[in-house]
Design a protein around this ligand. Structure first.
Ligand code: GLN
Ligand code: ZN
Length: 668
């Protein structure tokens, strides 16, 4: 189901996978049909509970995805029904599962209902009321804990505190402001689990802050009704800081991974009971971080503070720039390009591994990367692509590569967090003010540019994406950190321009992911995210063409902000949806140039030329043809060479056909 199956005459596509709320963890999207029935098909949860019980005894607490969230995170696979209506047939199965766990000895069972902290329709709210009332009628003697996280309850507070369960968990890291209202509305017996330790980050808890919440809750409810907990599952933080022997001890003393966070839960309880020494040690660590020279660089802070609107604005408006770009680059209609990376073959990966191990000298390593770069440039020229890329062979990862060269970042040995299935990522840690000690990409981009007379696109990762895919500081707002990164990347953009690069792409693959989960909290984000991009992009002259790239996103609700980024060219994923996403751009009259991906790089399938011509025709129906670019829908890093070559050959042919078929105003 997760991987798809293509053997023995069967061809089953993998189920859709999507990100869990606003984390980088992916889940397989549950699929529902109108006459869906439910039954216990797997022993997994029971076996796991048995195993946990052997170690933990009766303290072991099974955790299940709650029934309402389970339906809400899924999707209908046929028209004509609403998946939330399935709650009546789902609840009896949940009741059976709960009863079986109870028979096995479970005293507490946790039901995760993150959707309780999202915007809910009246019908969805009613489903929560119904589900928990029905479960309460069918089971007794077991303590149910309903857990919410990643957002505050807001207008769902009344609903949440009145569910007939033993305890409610709230996330006080993401939404500390909800505590007062929750306390005010708490009915007489409900217990409250305070999520005070950040499950999404790597920093030591500030005990004083947590204690303020704990004391406030205990004063209102009595301490026997208060539970101390991490804010959410510890799935989202690395496992154990103890193994990190290479981190500067001063900084390491500010950090906590999952194992240390559990220790913190225990310590908070001891402090409440009067252990002053534990509190003092924590205060010391928190203070040392607050004042450390390793974190705080006055020059960086001053520069962010001095950033003006003018710094975030290109010199002239887009139409003026577009004219200059046409004159300077003289590209055909439907210009062709790619998103940046070419296949990272085993050979390339081994080069990096050998170099890291010391089996290759820097000179040997760089020569090998140069050779690979020259080869793809020759090949792109032969193919007839219009704007070339260098292939990103020198990069391990689009965020890590920049983090490694910026001040204020550190890297862990084993700070892995699960991304999907058995795959993990190891996000960089931003611990201090960010600055750029020297050029980061100029050496490779200029080397590549020297190999060809065609335009070579400079390739950078944007500030919001670097922020989103790192563990960030929790001692200053995210927008401040982003602005610091923005200024560093801006300097790199300017350095590339100075080195003669005329087209520069700033990837903002993750910009949509940063949008807050609750509509009520969304107002501020687009402003600072867009401004950070504009700061990054606006240090250049009008005749430099700035591109950006975004991965598949729901663009509808942020289209005006995407337009406000004012990139000269944006490339986006649209091929899977048959250009459907373009409607948002068309509807909005998106003014700048746009490259709707004409083929899906997430599959080895090679699209035919005609298929891509028909997508381009669709795109030209929706948007001005003179603004359209032709490109795949994302980087080709994860692909193999044979399918990449075949697909791009077809793509170039498709662009040629489009030039004949579709008339384009203003371009010869
Ligand atoms: N430039 C990057 C690449 O081509 C962009 C990747 C992405 O959008 N995730 O790999
Ligand atoms: Zn992408």
């Amino acid at each position: 189901m997760a991987r798809g199956y293509q053997r023995d005459g069967l061809d089953i596509t993998a189920m859709e996978m999507t990100k869990w709320m606003d984390t980088n963890y992916h889940y397989i999207v549950p699929e529902f049909t109108a006459r869906q029935s439910f039954k216990i098909q797997s022993e997994k949860v029971f076996n796991e509970y048995t195993a946990a019980r052997k170690i933990l005894g009766e303290k072991a607490k099974p955790v299940l995805t709650g029934p309402v969230s389970y339906l809400l995170i899924g999707k209908e696979k046929e028209a004509g029904f609403d998946r939330i209506d399935l709650i009546t047939s789902l609840v009896p199965v949940y009741a059976d599962i709960i009863k079986r766990l109870q028979q096995q000895g479970a005293q507490w069972i946790q039901l995760d209902e993150p959707c309780l902290a999202l915007d809910l329709s009246a019908k969805e709210k009613a489903a929560f009321e119904y589900a928990y009332r029905a479960i309460a009628e069918q089971v007794n003697g077991v303590k149910l804990l309903v857990a919410t996280y990643f957002e505050g309850l807001l207008d769902n507070t009344q609903l949440a505190v009145n569910l007939p369960v033993t305890a409610l968990h709230i996330d006080l890291v993401r939404a500390p402001e909800q505590l007062d209202e929750v306390l005010a509305l708490m009915p007489a017996t409900l217990q409250l689990s305070l999520g005070v330790i950040d499950g999404r980050n790597v920093w030591k808890n500030d005990y004083e802050k947590s204690l303020a919440h704990i004391h406030k809750a205990a004063a209102k409810l009595g301490s026997d009704r208060v539970i101390i907990a991490p804010s959410c599952s510890l799935l989202h933080s690395p496992i154990d800081l103890d193994g990190e022997t290479a981190i500067d001890p001063e900084i390491k003393n500010w950090m906590a991974f999952a194992k240390q966070k559990l220790q913190e839960v225990a310590e908070l309880k001891q402090i409440v009971a009067g252990n002053q020494a534990l509190l003092d040690a924590n205060k010391q660590a928190i203070n040392s971080r607050r004042t450390s020279q390793k974190v705080h660089k006055q020059a960086v802070k001053d520069r962010v503070a001095a950033t003006t609107d003018a710094d975030a604005t290109r010199k002239s408006a887009f139409p003026v720039r577009q004219q200059l770009h046409r004159e300077r680059f003289n590209l055909p209609a439907f210009p062709t390009t790619t998103i940046g990376s070419f296949p990272q073959t085993d050979d390339i990966r081994q080069l990096r591994a050998k170099f890291k191990k010391g089996d290759l000298t820097l000179a040997q390593y760089e020569k090998a990367i140069e050779d690979a770069t020259i080869e793809v440039i020759r090949w792109q020229e032969e193919l007839g692509l219009d704007v070339l890329v260098h292939g990103e062979f020198e990069r391990n990862d689009m965020v890590e590569y920049f983090g490694e060269q910026l001040d204020g970042f550190l890297f862990t040995k084993n700070g892995w967090v699960q991304s999907y299935g058995s795959r993990c990522v190891k996000p960089p840690v931003i611990f201090g003010d960010v600055s750029r000690p020297q050029d980061m990409t100029v050496r490779w981009i200029t080397f590549a540019a020297q190999q060809t007379r065609k335009q070579m696109k400079g390739m950078l990762t944007g500030p919001v994406t670097i922020l989103q895919w790192s563990f960030v500081r929790d001692d200053q707002p995210r927008d401040v950190t982003t602005n610091q990164i923005a200024l560093a990347i801006r300097d790199e953009v300017v350095a590339l321009e100075k080195a003669g690069i005329g087209i520069i792409q700033i990837d903002e693959a993750a910009i949509r992911e940063g949008l807050p989960l609750r509509k009520a909290k969304r107002a501020h984000y687009p402003d600072w995210a867009v401004k950070a991009f504009r700061v990054t992009a606006s240090g250049v002259q009008d005749n430099t063409q700035i591109h950006t790239h975004m991965c598949y996103s729901e663009f509808n609700d942020i289209i005006e902000h995407i337009a406000a980024m004012d990139a000269d060219v944006i490339t986006i994923e649209t091929s899977r949806s048959q250009m459907e996403l373009l409607h948002a751009f068309a509807h909005f009259d998106y003014p700048n140039e746009i490259g709707p991906g004409v083929y899906d790089i997430h599959s080895p399938r090679v699209p035919g030329k005609d298929e891509m011509v028909s997508l381009l025709t669709k795109a030209a129906d929706l948007l001005p043809a003179q603004n359209l670019w032709v490109n795949p829908d994302c980087g080709l890093k994860t692909r193999k060479w044979p399918e990449t070559k075949a697909a791009l050959e077809n793509m170039v042919q498709a662009a040629k056909a489009a030039r004949e078929l579709i008339s384009v105003a203003g371009i010869a």
